[in-house]
Write a protein that binds this ligand. Structure first.
Ligand code: ADP
Length: 607
């Protein structure tokens, strides 16, 4: 799994051309709207210059000349400029929201599709809750990149350039003086930015830890584990510690740089003082008007604010790129199991399943399967037996390509399963595992997952065959009963029978069944077994066998040991070999055989 990175650390942001190009790719479809934003921003930055310049005319002309008409006209124009820039602001907000939300929309869809195509291996390794974090908070963070970073940059730059230009045009000497204080607040602002970035990064990590605790302990199985081992106190204090750390960091974050801010605003107020001083001198010299001094001071804010903002831009860019990077890390994980370019669809019906020298490992250097070869003829039952951890489940997982074999070949009907489309392969296989998954909906919804257009009769027929119809009808709400998370409101046997009914509705030619019924009581085991027998009729089946009757009636038994097939054949053949199977049979199934004989005797004896 070389390419897969499952950690969620915030690496160093990669500001390479390729990365920026990739980010830009997401904005490309919205270039027209982005251009409109730029136009609006240019207009607002010019409009913003007007009021100070109009004030200059008021002070220098309207007032000394006692010209009421001019005064009203100038005030009106100033008001008009302010209103116009307000209206443009609304338009800009709309465009911002449109662009950012559209990008989030595109990314979410792309991410969902990508995650759907990730192999099972990904979901067995990824930290619980991480997928949700990526899908929600990370991608949602992207919307801030446009409306925050990019628009901020453009609007500040425009404001800075237009204001500086105007100041120089009005009086270059005064303009130079006003620039004099700029370096004084660049340094503190930079410092503040980097401190905040560091704290923000730490905060994000802590929040993710905290979410992890929540997901671990407040999910169904986590909750049960915590309760049954009475770990509430410990978990509570673990949570409280994480929570306290996050809170402390968040307070630090909002306080970070407040001292610098104070310095910055002090420095910023030095600017106007210098203008009054030097501008006053120029006025006395007869170089400049009073109105110009007032306009200058009014424009200073439009000069200093963008300088401050732009100083922090680097931090913003780093933050934005890091965000994109976290998402790209996910996109870059190759879905390992996908349709081959030349994959064809086909049916599995009537084809034999053949393993040819198949090898597989979950981890490097630890083979789970080696040299597995066997053939399951159509319509026959192949039983897998062997100690726990031998590799039986792994063999069954390779058939629907939940994992891909590392070496060797698996064919169905002579076709390599890798040349079949995943859709046709998986629609041909019904999998009944020990761990029955029902989602939190009604029984009907859970059943219909197998076949959207199943009729009421199909549904009932499947449930009757799975020995569960009567149970369902006995529930107050029948098929409309809600089963709870993972089907918690049903017993193990009921869940298994519903999942068997679901596979019956799907009606695939190949059945893979883990018949472990050890968690069931005798009565429900009886029903589950009956249901399983119906399920396997006329199918090609691979069964992880736990019952004597299964192995006795199996057409072929594979004895799996340490990832290899130790022996294969029919029950009687294997028994006479006096090998691994005989040993296993005596230990695991011998007792069942004795019990069965007893049961038969009891049945037979008159009471
Ligand atoms: P069986 O079904 O015969 O009990 P499995 O096929 O489940 O055995 O497991 C075979 C071996 O592979 C075991 O050693 C098990 O620990 C290992 N294994 C199973 N699933 C995984 C996994 N997702 N990641 C790593 N190792 C696994």
């Amino acid at each position: 799994m070389g390419k897969m990175k499952f950690d969620d650390s915030l690496g160093k942001p990669d500001l390479s051309r390729a990365m920026l190009g990739r980010i830009a790719g997401y904005f490309l479809p919205y270039w027209k709207q982005a251009l409109a934003v730029l136009a609006v921003l240019s207009a607002t930055s010019v409009l913003g210059l007007l009021p100070p310049l109009l004030i200059q005319r008021i002070v220098d002309h309207a007032l000394p000349e006692k010209n009421l008409r001019l005064l009203v006209y100038l005030v009106g124009a100033s008001l008009g400029a302010t209103v116009a820039s307000g209206l443009l602001g609304v338009l800009q907000n709309y465009l911002n929201a449109y662009i950012s939300q559209s990008i989030v929309y595109d990314m979410k869809n792309q991410m969902y599709r990508h995650l759907q195509s990730m192999p099972l291996q990904f979901y067995t390794s990824v930290k619980q809750g991480e997928v949700i974090t990526r899908m929600t908070s990370d991608i949602s963070g992207i919307q801030g990149v446009f409306s925050g970073t990019i628009v901020n940059f453009a609007s500040n730059l425009l404001m800075l350039v237009t204001t500086a230009g105007t100041l120089f045009w009005m009086n270059w000497k005064l303009a130079l003086v006003s620039l004099f204080v700029v370096p004084l607040f660049v340094a503190p602002t930079r410092k503040m930015g980097s401190v905040r970035w560091k704290i923000a990064k730490e905060t994000q990590e802590k929040i993710s830890d905290q979410n992890h605790i929540i997901e671990e302990t407040l999910s169904l199985s986590g909750y049960m584990l915590m309760k049954l081992f009475t770990r509430e106190g410990r978990e509570r204090s673990r949570f409280m510690t994480a929570n306290a750390e996050t809170t402390a960091l968040q307070i630090r974050e909002s306080m970070a740089g407040r001292w610098f801010m104070m310095l910055v605003s002090t420095f910023a107020s030095i600017g106007p003082m210098l203008i009054y001083l030097y501008g006053g001198y120029l006025f006395i010299q007869g170089d400049i008007s009073v109105g110009a001094i007032i306009a200058f001071v009014a424009l200073l804010g439009r000069l200093y604010a963008p300088v401050g903002q732009l100083t922090n831009l680097y931090v913003d860019i780093k933050r934005s790129v890091a965000l994109f990077q976290r998402i790209f890390d996910y996109f870059d994980m190759e879905p390992k199991i996908a349709d081959a370019p030349d994959a064809v669809s086909g049916t599995l019906a009537g084809g034999s399943i053949e393993f040819r020298n198949v090898g597989f490992s979950y981890q490097p250097d630890k083979p789970a399967l080696q040299g597995i070869s066997f053939k399951a003829e159509p319509g026959t039952m192949t039983a897998l037996v062997g100690p726990s951890g031998a590799g039986k489940t792994t063999i069954t997982n390779l058939i629907p390509r939940l994992y891909d074999a590392d070496s060797g070949q698996i064919t169905i009907g002579g076709k390599d399963i890798r040349n079949l489309t995943l859709h046709s392969l998986r629609s041909g296989i019904g999998l009944v595992t020990q761990d029955t998954y029902l989602f939190n909906g009604t029984i009907r919804e859970n059943l219909m997952y197998a076949s959207e257009d199943a009729s009421e009769e199909d549904l009932i027929r499947a449930c009757q065959a799975a020995y569960i119809h009567e149970f369902i009808m006995g529930l107050p709400e029948g098929y409309e009963t809600v089963v709870g998370n993972r089907g918690i409101k049903l017993s193990g046997g009921e869940k298994q029978r519903i999942s068997i009914a679901r596979v019956l509705l799907k009606n695939p030619p190949v059945i893979i069944l883990d018949e472990a019924t050890s968690s069931l009581d005798t009565a429900s085991e009886f029903f589950v077994q009956q249901a399983m027998n119906v399920l396997l009729q006329d199918k090609t089946s691979i069964v992880i066998a736990h019952r004597l009757s299964t192995i006795m009636s199996a057409d072929r038994i594979l004895v799996v040991k340490d990832g290899q097939i130790a022996e294969q054949g029919r029950h009687e053949e294997l028994l006479t070999q006096n090998g691994v199977y005989k040993d296993l049979y005596d230990k695991q199934f011998g007792r069942q055989a004795v019990q069965r004989t007893h049961a038969k005797e009891e049945e037979g004896s008159p009471t």
